[in-house]
Design a protein around this ligand. Structure first.
Ligand SMILES: Nc1nc2c(ncn2[C@@H]2O[C@H](COP(=O)(O)OP(=O)(O)OP(=O)(O)O)[C@@H](O)[C@H]2O)c(=O)[nH]1
Length: 708
């Protein structure tokens, strides 16, 4: 068993690697693991032998579907690395990783610069205030351009440095492109702080680094970038770590430069930029050093905030083992020998044998053992004897907790902000080929829902069909394959359809009173305010009744809240409501006649009163980004207009030969879009589609749905 007595939180880094699909996250991750010694053999995405892409489906598709947490060591530090997918259909994986990470590496393709999903993940990282390193990968490809890539980061991600921070290189490339197309191919990097060139020996896959003086042809460029680096740093050097030294015309000591950079990176004023090539094994060790130098330890992060489940007062917990324990379940994974739950510990200490309280569900969970997990199942679980604040641990077999739930000490309850996930936009009917497999399919769908909060299963009220819904057609296809592969189920699926939503037309406050249940007297009374809100959470059910001052059994209110949540996800027209908040303002009970059932009935009645003739149908609108050679632009624009698309942005590349169009288009008009873009552009345009918003559907959509 691994002992964690001497865990030095300052030497822990919980980091993730995020990017647009295919920018090279998995390749970069593989190199991080290889150089740190966590892996003895370098895996390749193209051969399907990587550590983090262990799922056969991922290996087949060469994409990362399930984020995996892999611990490794570098320069006396422990790094918990979470690999996350770039494909927008797996956005839940990115969202939940960013919620529990302390720092991130954002990988960019040196030739393509900022792409649609790099923008999305950058914004997600902004939302969780995650300090970041920028890694400009693929410096070896034809057309790789370090300056252009940085410029696209500046214009698209950080247009106002005061507000957004600034990407500032600490390492620059020596050459760019491959030897076939360039007289100065990419062959190494220059460390701007130590002013030396680093070359990575191809004979041992880049493990051995040779240092050398700066090549004369790079001297001028190094000078320019150093000026940029120090100009930016001195602007924020309140403690005069380096400014006086620079004014005296001397080079500041590297340790002080790094210290200042670290402070500014933690404050998200600066995003240190490095570069390299995963494929050519160049530039990865400096990236590892930068993780240690610049990214935060759990101690550098602000205290986590939550609220008291009874008094609703705000509570803050520091990342300190002396504080009471609290943690967040951020991932659940099915396993034949017991489901695995990954928990980010925010304060206090988890210990084997403890009982943890889940205040959201008002249940207790047994924690018999704690583990660290390696991504590759063959390497298995490593039992640990404690999980201190800051760590990420795995527990097997939680009974009632799911992703997004808080666990804490019973005596010190706290509810942390749950993780919010984007709404599922596509649904498909699913049934077993053989009716004998009905129960087996129900079980398997239950498991898939446990693992993936953006995958939902429900029964269509009218047809009785089982409908699965998710973030896109690829998302649902992957689930179907998992049913076939892991559960040996043969299933039939229907055509993909749009997942509509409902919303209240106007706010209503209602009072619902129950006097009878069947033919028996009963009592429950609830006053509930139903309002529209624009937060990320689709529906929010809260309670303003303070059970410490008002003697009403909390179980009654909890039952009413659960019933309200359930009703809100069923909807009036058969689609879940969104942007809706239900707040229980008042509750009255009778010691003899009240029961949980009576409060459930009152909650359902309140919901009916609030939604009667008061709902709007919403349809999902997608953000479509098309990059096309200029000559096909007319075709693309005409076609988007025919799909009810609204063009938000239209830009030509600096060379004028390519154009990028960003439009908002109803999902209902997009099911075959990727194929059609191919035929409109002779296969030369690229398209990404990601959820943008839900908007009121035009009347004809509603008429069609109601079969009028
Ligand atoms: N030329 C070149 N190719 C690279 C480099 N890094 C990765 N690739 C290739 O780019 C493709 C995508 O790499 P991945 O590492 O799977 O990218 P990813 O970002 O993890 O992709 P997803 O997991 O699907 O989001 C693969 O074919 C890699 O071999 C690089 O530095 N240079």
């Amino acid at each position: 068993m691994a002992h964690a007595e001497n865990v030095d939180l300052a030497r822990l880094r919980n980091i993730g690697v995020v990017a647009h699909i295919d920018a090279g996250k998995t390749t970069t991750t593989e190199h991080l693991l290889y150089y740190s010694g966590a892996k003895h053999k370098l895996g390749g995405v193209d051969e399907g032998t990587t550590e983090t892409d262990y799922d056969p489906e991922e290996q087949q598709r060469g994409i990362t579907i399930y984020s995996a947490c892999v611990p490794f060591h570098w320069a006396g530090h422990t790094i918990n690395l979470i690999d996350t997918p770039g494909h927008v259909d797996f956005t839940a994986e990115v969202e939940r990783s960013l919620r529990v990470l302390d720092g991130a590496i954002v990988v960019f393709d040196a030739q393509k610069g900022v792409e649609a999903q790099s923008e999305t993940v950058w914004k997600q990282a902004d939302k969780y205030q995650v300090p970041r390193l920028v890694f400009i990968n693929k410096m070896d490809v034809v057309g790789a351009d370090f300056r252009c890539c940085l410029e696209s980061i500046r214009t698209r991600l950080t247009p106002h440095p005061q507000e957004h921070g600034q990407a500032v290189p600490v390492a620059i490339p020596i050459g760019s492109g491959s030897s076939a197309d360039s007289r100065q191919p990419f062959r190494g990097v220059i460390d701007l702080i130590h002013q030396q060139a680093l070359f990575f020996d191809p004979a041992d896959l880049g493990k051995t680094i040779h240092t050398a003086p700066i090549p004369p042809e790079c001297a001028e460029e190094v000078q320019q970038w150093r000026e940029f680096l120090f100009d930016t740093l001195t602007r924020y050097d309140d403690k005069d770590l380096i400014t006086s030294t620079l004014l005296e015309g001397q080079d500041p000591p590297p340790e002080l430069t790094r210290r200042l950079l670290r402070e500014l990176c933690l404050a998200r004023r600066i995003y240190p930029v490095l570069c390299g090539s995963g494929r050519e094994h160049i530039g990865i060790q400096p990236l590892l050093d930068a993780v240690v130098y610049y990214l935060p330890s759990p101690l550098d992060r602000p205290p986590v905030t939550g609220w008291d489940p009874k008094t609703h007062k705000e509570i803050r917990r520091k990342p300190d083992v002396k504080e009471p324990f609290c943690g967040l379940v951020f991932k659940a994974a099915w396993h034949p020998s017991g489901n695995r739950f990954f928990i980010r510990v925010y304060s206090g200490m988890m210990k084997p044998g403890m009982r943890a309280y889940n205040p959201g569900k008002d249940i207790k969970e047994n924690i018999p053992k704690l583990y660290h997990v390696h991504a590759d199942p063959a390497r298995g679980l490593e039992e640990i004897d404690r999980g201190p604040a800051g760590d990420i641990v795995c527990v097997i077999g939680l009974k009632g907790s799911v992703t997004g739930d808080t666990l804490c000490e019973t005596a010190h309850p706290i509810l942390l902000e749950p993780i919010t996930f984007a709404e599922a936009v596509v649904s498909q009917s699913i049934e077993p080929e053989s009716s004998a497999d009905k129960d087996k399919l129900a079980f398997a769908l239950e498991v898939l829902q446990l693992e993936d909060p953006t995958f939902k299963v429900r029964t269509d009220k009218e047809t009785g069909q089982t409908l699965m819904s998710g973030m896109g057609t690829l998302h649902l296809e992957v689930k179907k394959h998992r049913l076939e592969r892991d559960f040996r189920l043969k299933v039939r699926v229907g055509k993909p359809r749009v997942s509509y939503r409902e919303m209240l037309r106007e706010a209503r406050t209602v009072t619902a009173r129950i006097d009878r249940l069947g033919d028996k007297p009963a009592f429950a009374e609830l006053t509930v305010a139903f309002t529209n809100h624009k937060s990320d959470k689709p529906v929010e059910v809260t309670c303003a009744v303070d059970t410490e001052t008002q003697p009403i059994p909390p179980a009654f209110l909890a039952a009413a809240q659960r019933a309200l949540s359930e009703a809100l996800t069923t909807g009036e027209l058969g689609y879940p409501l969104m942007h809706t908040q239900a707040r229980i303002l008042e509750a009255r009970f009778d010691p003899q006649l009240s029961s949980e059932d009576a409060f459930v009935a009152a909650a359902i009645r309140a919901y009916q009163l609030a939604t009667q003739d008061n709902v709007l149908l919403l349809e999902p609108i997608m953000k479509v980004t098309v990059t096309t050679p200029q000559q096909f632009l007319g075709n693309i624009l005409g076609d988007l207009a025919a799909r009810r698309g609204e063009i938000d942005q239209q830009e030509l590349s600096p060379t004028g030969d390519r154009a990028e169009v960003v439009a908002r288009v109803p999902l209902a008009r997009l099911f075959t879009y990727a194929n059609e873009v191919r035929s409109l552009s002779q296969g030369r345009a690229a398209v990404t589609i990601e959820p943008y918003s839900y908007e009121p559907a035009p009347p004809e959509v509603l008429r069609e749905l109601l079969g009028e």
